[in-house]
Design a protein around this ligand. Sequence first.
Ligand code: C5P
Length: 409
Amino acid sequence: MSESTQLAGKHVLLGLSGGIACYKSAELVRLLIKAGATVQVMMSEAAEAFITPVTMQALSNQPVLMSQWDAREPNNMAHINATRRADVMLVAPASADFIAKLVQGRADDLLSLTALARPAERCPLLVAPAMNREMWAHPATQRNIAQLRADGAVVLGPGNGDQACGEIGDGRMLEAAELRDELIAFFQPKLLAGKQLLITAGPTFEPIDPVRGLTNRSSGKMGFAIARAAAEAGAEVTLVAGPVHLATPRGVRRVDVQTALQMYDAVLPRAAAHDVFIATAAVADWRPAQINEHKIKKDGSSASASAAPSFELTENPDILAAVAALADRPFCVGFAAESRDLLKHAREKLLRKGVPLIVGNLGPATFGRDDNALLLVDAQGQRELLHNDKLSLARELIREIATRLHDKP
Ligand code: C5P
């Protein structure tokens, strides 16, 4: 699924209440439309003080709804029509005052009226708070947020950091791209709700001296996509990542490591507390037996004169096999990156590692890329997941794992 189809067919009712963060909502409209959604913007009177309806209409390509007395609607019931057409109502920004109105069930302007008249089952309410940190921390707001959640709304954020008032703290509205990703995640089926997943990703780096090391070509993209897909499916995800330059998927707990031994130390004590362990990391099989304290020099000052240095290697522990050997092991999934004979090697690995599922892929064809093709191999047989982008494949893999967990005796 490409970026432009993640929200295909979804109709978003985007409500803006008053706040500086309204400027982010302009970008949000662009991103939602780019992801394939249609967007109907609705603004409170206070929102109009921060951004014009002209901007929002131009970006959403639809007239903005602003008044409950708007005679353009044939039945004169904008508050009913808007939510009957929408798959979701997202209020971003949601000011402290607007949240208080929601909690009280007030309906004295179009936005609050619409939220109240919304068929809750068919058109869920998502709320992205945006306010000064003192307003956010105030017991009244915290009470309101708790009540809003209890009433069934999903609260997105807020974020933390610099605020328009010059203070620093909780209360910033999430960035537009974060809100888009939250919305994409919201629409994914919650196949792993309540499950704990532990995932390794990326390469490991085995130092030779302070400036050199042994590593491999894994980009980490497949493992990060799986972590994102698992979080979208409602799982609690811990991602143990080797050295990669990738953003942590939203809602995922990340533990950074460098070497195979550090990855082993991060994984083993955590593994038994998880329902699933997915080993996507390309762990270095060997590490230098000794790490040179100082850079090995070409002039032979650290090695025998003029000859190329040689160093001994020692084998790294097999993290996946060690987890699979635990008495209270999670459901273990291994990866096999091969350059040929994928099925044969994957099947061998299934036995050698003692795991119920191996996912094969052709390494050189996928390293660093955003797409891949997978071969799922288990005791019953094999199944191909055809060439696709890594996030779509990750979601398919998560579906497969969820089915297996469900079927587990
Ligand atoms: O042993 P091999 O590298 O062929 O198997 C690959 C699978 O085993 C992957 O799932 C990889 O993450 C895992 N593995 C591991 N620890 C190692 C080597 C590989 O967890 N030391």
